[in-house]
Design a protein around this ligand. Sequence first.
Ligand code: AQP
Length: 333
Amino acid sequence: MSRIFSGIQPTGNLHLGNYLGAVRNWVRLQHDYESIYCVVDLHAITVWQEPAELRRAIREVTAILIAAGIDPKKNIVFNQSQNPDHAQLAWIFNCVARLGWLNRMTQFKEKAGKDRENASVGLYSYPNLMAADILAYKATHVPVGEDQKQHLELARDIAQKFNNDFGVPGFFPLTEPLILGEATRVMSLRDGAKKMSKSDPSDYSRINLTDDADAIAQKIRKAKTDPEPLPSEPAGLEARPEAKNLVVIYAALADTTVAAVLREVGGQQFSAFKQRLADLCVEKLGPIAGEMNRLIADTAYLDAVLRDGAGRARALSRPILDEVMDIVGFVRA
Ligand code: AQP
């Protein structure tokens, strides 16, 4: 059976982009694949995290995944730091990946910005840890948003080089990304050229999965658009990134296509469309926020889910890691 691995960082403010680009697809794929969903707390600390806030966010993300419909009994849900195999394999991959490969990673350039010399070494080697997350389980598919495509390609390069260097063809699979749905790259509500992001300082740039109906309506009302009415065909959105973003979000939430939405709303002013979009957002996200609020109060339950998931994850990864240790030439006495 094909195996899925995917991760999400507990860095606060989970948003509509994370939901449409990742979490909703996970919910849909859980019935067709053996699925491992990971709260990637080791990735989170590549930039500074307040310890108490990190602990809270790990539980909050776990609650959101369950509230969104991921069944933690059928699938594995756990936090990365509870399975040490990720970090162990990441070290080996640090020695397989080449500096030149990491130098090309656009996410590092974006996140480190001008203050590159002051970025953590972890932020730089982040893609090697991501490759380890996936390959510790020999996952065949990774459902992600479009922004993670480059990291997935690196994971394939690492797998290939490991297999070649050690003469073990096919040992690690060449994992395929699954980039699904209409909204593979949801953009900021304030700037159609930037992706919706947890770390954007403006809360008005994103719809958080914890926002209530009023906050959602207000953010959509204030979302940047242009003075033109909605076009009747997708081509009419091409030079209008903010307008396009709102239509894409609507199509994804309504489970339809951009063309179908425009057939219905073409010619309308944005004020009317924004009201429809706000109603749809509240209809789809409201129940998740409600269930999340119920679950977040039950720390004992969430911790039990993570503990159980980590045990089951390790049972899968340990035999693979043992084989890797033998292949590399370490002595396991
Ligand atoms: N804007 C987005 N549109 C579609 N998919 C997205 N994802 C993230 N942003 C968008 C997908 O969400 C999954 C989890 O992402 P992550 O937790 O690793 O966080 P990230 O990609 O670092 O998300 P952010 O919001 O952009 O965080 P910051 O601001 O910290 O950089 C991934 O599958 C990702 O593709």
